[in-house]
Each structure stands twice: as C-alpha cells, then as structure tokens.
Design a protein around this ligand. Structure first.
Ligand SMILES: [Zn+2]
Ligand SMILES: [Zn+2]
Length: 543
C-alpha cells in the first residue's frame, strides 16, 4: 500500500499505516488529516510502552498524562485510558493474571533471588542490615496467597473518644498508592468540626482583646443552660447505641473501586523461625492463656505449632494461621491463633482409628494395588466410616481413600499441625502483575507438598511455576541471565546429555494429567468468621 499517495482518500492508522481491514479506525483526539485515524489496539500498544520504565510499586507511579492526552494535538482522548491492571496483564498474559487468587503460590525467580542475595552481600555494612531486613523476605520466597480482597474504592479510619483532635485536623484529601481519596464525613461530624473551629477563632479573638469584659456578677435567676462544647457533642455522637463508642469515617476515591487495586495478601512458607523473640513468646502465651481459660477441659499443649516469618508487613503480629486437615486442599486458613487452636482440637477429636485425625501427617505403605503410592506423604482429611478409610490428600495433589492399616503417622517434630505466620506480604493486583511482568515472580497452584515437604519449600516449586513471557517489561538483568541460562542449556542439550532430563519432564507431565482427573472438586470456601462460628458452636455443644 502506498501511503505517500496524496490522492489516496483511504484513512490509515497513524501508527501502523494500515487501514480498516486491520480493525475499525477511531478518531480519539483533535488531530486532523492523515493523523486523525488510528486503531484502538495500536493506541493501546503505544500506551503500554509508556509504563515500561515506571516503577511497579503504586507509591511510585503517577497516572501518566500520556494515557489521557494526545502527544501531538494535546487534546484529551475520547476513549478511556487503559487501567494499570489491563496494561500489566497485557505483559503477563491473561493466563498468568488469572492465577492471582487464593491458594496459589507466588515464588521468586531463581535469578531474582540470586541478584537480591548478591546485593545484600555486596552492600556496605551500614546498608546491609537495612537491605537484609526487606530483601530477606523475597530471597527464595514461596508465598501462599491467603486473601484477595476486592478494592472498595475507599479507605476507612476509625475514631474513638480519644480522637477528637484528629477529627478536627483531618485533611480534605489524601494521596496513597497513586490515588487521591476525598474525605467523606457525616453532617453531624461536620457540625462538630465547624463548632470547634468557631470556638478556636473566638478564643484567639479574646486573647487579642486587652480589656476583656468583666465577668457579670452572680444573679439570683438561674443561668441559661450552657450549650455543649464540640468535644461533648463528639462524645455524645460516639456514645449513641449504633456507634458503640467509635465511629468510622471514610476517604473515597471519586473514580470508584478498581480491579487493579484489589489487595492481595500472602504468607511466606519458606522461612520457619528457629526461635521466637521474647515479645512473640509473650503474645503466644497470652493467647494460650485466653483459650485455656475459656476451655479449661481441653488439652492444647500437644497440638504441634510451627512459627514462620510470613512477610514484611505487621511482622510483630500473628496475621494468619494454617490448620492442616479439613475437606479440601489439605489445610484451612484462619485469621487468629485462638481459632486455629480450637479448629485443630476439633479435628483431633474427629479421629478414625488409633492415632489418626484430620490434619495428621501420614506416610502411605503396604499397598498392593497401587504400589506406586507406597512411600508417599500426605495429610488425612476426613474419615469415611462407611468405607473404613481415610480421605488422604497426597503430596502431589492426588486425593485417595486409604485404610488406616496402610498409613503410618509421621512425627510432628518438623512441621506442626498449625503453621503460624508472623507478618505477611501485601500487593495491589496491578503492582504484583507488574512484578510478575518484570520476571521477578512466578505462579503455581498450591498443593499439600507446600505445607508438608520436609525440604526447602521454594525448591519444591521448581518446574511447577509459570513465568511471564519475555516482553519490554522484563527486567534487563533477568533477561541477560535468562539468555545465559538458555545458552548453557542449549550447549548442554547439544552435547547429548540432556535426553534423560527431557524424558523425566515428560513423565512428570503425564502423572499430573492422571491426578487431575481424580482430584476432588474445590471445597466450599468459608470466611474466617464462618469458620470461627462453626468451631465455637461445635465446642459449645461438644464439650
Ligand atoms: Zn494501527
Ligand atoms: Zn491528537
């Protein structure tokens, strides 16, 4: 096609110089003539290039003006800008983006891990500690996604009786993670703030006056009732029944909720804590004390508990616990150690056969029909009294029904029935997609092996994880190392020594297919509150 032909009236896309045969042409700005037309897909391609050099952390990126305004004519585009999540998904691919949900594992890429490790080692001693504190969480990280909370489009702040000053000093607008939130406040509280401001002004004026009027002499007539101070009004609003001593105010993003800002929380399965700090131990004993006071008849001390450094956020708090057993994946995720202890105890009571319970780690042995399963490790899920067998979730994801005589309990020394996570890692969806697009993280489905393996969890992700394809977003260092590795691999294969490896991989794939069919359907997902209710109800009636 001759695009230089001035006689040609056929409109062409100003990016790709192709016509409507490649897709409908749009006129998104005020550019005229040969620049007027373009394909939306071509505009999007250009817009996504804009984000390549930006930081993936939401605190560091600003809404890019080039997504809204034409670079040539400076008029705003009449088509909506791409969202950050859309842009990032265009780099990772939808298949990987769709893996960002609960019970998936995010694993750090070996190259990324190594490069962080080198940075920590190479840093001067003053920086080492600071770097280590954050990087240590990412090196060989294997993060189980425990929560994906939909973005609500607002932030909430809870105010109690002590927060009167805070209320009167609230900013109209706050900026966080690249978004702007505007204060939304009820009329009654607005009144309190206005009254307080008036009071302040009056006080200032009084201070300014040299001769304040003398206080009037006491009269015999009763004084008119003094109006309540703003503080008193605030307290009376809080003490209303429906407020129960505190009130929640909201900062809302006028553009509403955004899928890309969904909050993802995950805990690192790969950093068991060898010992607890005194304050951690104190917190644990407090929780045990509380549970024991509530349920004095129950023996909690023999429930195996292993503590983990779960991630950099709130690392002095227990943010999540996994209790082995249950009906689904092989574990249940709960928000507090108290509930975890109650749930673990409940599972112990529902045993089937001596020394077995839901959540018990077992080794399969003595099977004649399925000799291949002998030696496999698994977790007991549920006892089928009608069959006299345990539903066991095996390390490779397979669900099988096995008689207690073919199961040997494993000691709970290395891994507890409760995994306690101090701290977690948090991302927005768009941020994590960005880091995945850079090549830093891969994703895979979590299975029992991730909570059961007796070797390093991160190593167990090898061969299971999928990574984003190489794009313009890919980290330059990642790319270089990848190419080197690819080169080495090719040399290795050419030398004729790689055949064995290839075969092994193929076999592995076959196994997975077979297992997939036998796998049970996903368990009904319950919220923390539902699990808590269930456990408490059961305890009340059961004891
Ligand atoms: Zn085009
Ligand atoms: Zn234009």
């Amino acid at each position: 096609m001759n695009t230089d032909d001035p006689n040609s009236d056929d409109p062409l896309c100003r990016f790709c110089f192709e016509g409507p045969s490649d897709g409908p042409l749009i006129q998104p700005c005020s550019c005229s003539g040969s620049s007027a037309n373009l394909h939306l897909s071509c505009l999007r391609k250009w817009q996504r290039m804009v984000v390549v050099d930006q930081h993936t952390h939401p605190a560091f990126y600003e809404d890019d003006v080039r997504h809204h305004i034409c670079n040539t004519c400076k008029s705003p585009y009449n088509c909506p800008p791409p969202t950050r999540a859309e842009l990032m998904t265009s780099f990772t691919g939808v298949e990987i983006a769709s893996l960002l949900c609960v019970n998936r594992v995010i694993g750090s890429h070996a190259i990324f891990s190594d490069s962080l490790g080198r940075e920590v080692e190479g840093a001067g001693s003053s920086r080492v500690r600071l770097l280590q504190r954050s990087y240590v969480h990412w090196i060989r990280g294997a993060y189980l996604i425990t929560n994906v909370d939909e973005d609500k489009g607002y932030l909430e702040v809870e105010l109690t009786g002590r927060d009167f000053r805070l209320l009167c000093n609230l900013k109209e607008e706050i900026k966080a993670e690249g978004r702007t939130y505007k204060l939304e406040i009820g009329e009654n509280l607005k009144g309190v703030v206005a009254a307080f401001e008036k009071q302040q002004e009056e006080e200032e004026e009084e201070e300014g006056e040299d001769n304040a009027p003398p206080t009037p002499p006491p009269t015999t007539s009763p004084a008119p009732p003094t109006p309540p101070t703003p503080q008193q009004t605030f307290q009376s609003i809080l003490s209303k029944n429906e407020n129960n001593g505190s009130i929640t105010i909201r900062y809302a993003d006028p553009t509403g909720p955004s899928y890309g800002d969904d909050h993802i929380k995950a805990v690192n399965l790969s950093r068991p804590l060898a010992e607890l700090s005194p304050s951690m131990s104190r917190k644990i004993s407090q929780i045990y004390g509380k549970v024991k006071r509530k349920k004095p008849m129950i023996q909690f001390d023999d429930i195996g508990v292993v503590n983990y450094s779960g991630g950099p956020c709130d690392d002095d708090k227990i943010v999540r616990c996994l209790v082995l057993g249950g009906n689904g994946s092989g574990w249940t995720s709960v928000g507090s150690l108290e509930v975890a202890l109650l749930l673990a105890h409940k599972r112990r009571k529902e045993g089937g056969g001596e020394g077995f319970w839901s959540g018990r780690k077992v080794e399969v042995g003595g099977l004649v029909g399925r000799k291949d399963l002998n030696g496999e490790l698994g977790v007991c899920l549920k006892y089928r009294a009608d069959l006299g067998r345990w539903n066991v979730r095996l390390r490779n994801g397979l669900g099988v029904q096995i008689k207690p005589t073919n199961l040997t309990p494993r000691s709970t020394e290395t891994r507890g029935e409760i995994m306690v996570f101090w701290g977690d890692a948090r991302w927005t969806r768009a941020q994590l997609l960005g880091e995945i697009a850079r090549g830093h993280w891969g994703l895979c489905k979590a299975d029992v092996s991730d909570v059961l393996v007796e070797k390093e969890v991160w190593k167990g992700l090898d061969g299971r994880m999928v990574f984003a394809p190489v794009t313009a977003m890919t980290d330059a260092e990642m790319l270089r190392s990848r190419e080197e590795m690819e080169h080495m691999r090719r040399n290795f294969l050419e030398a004729g020594e790689g055949d064995e490896e290839e075969e092994e991989e193929e076999e592995g794939e076959e196994d997975e297919e077979e297992e997939e069919e036998e796998e049970e359907e996903d368990p009904m997902r319950m919220t923390d509150a539902e699990i808590e209710d269930l456990v408490r109800e059961d305890m009340e009636t059961g004891e």
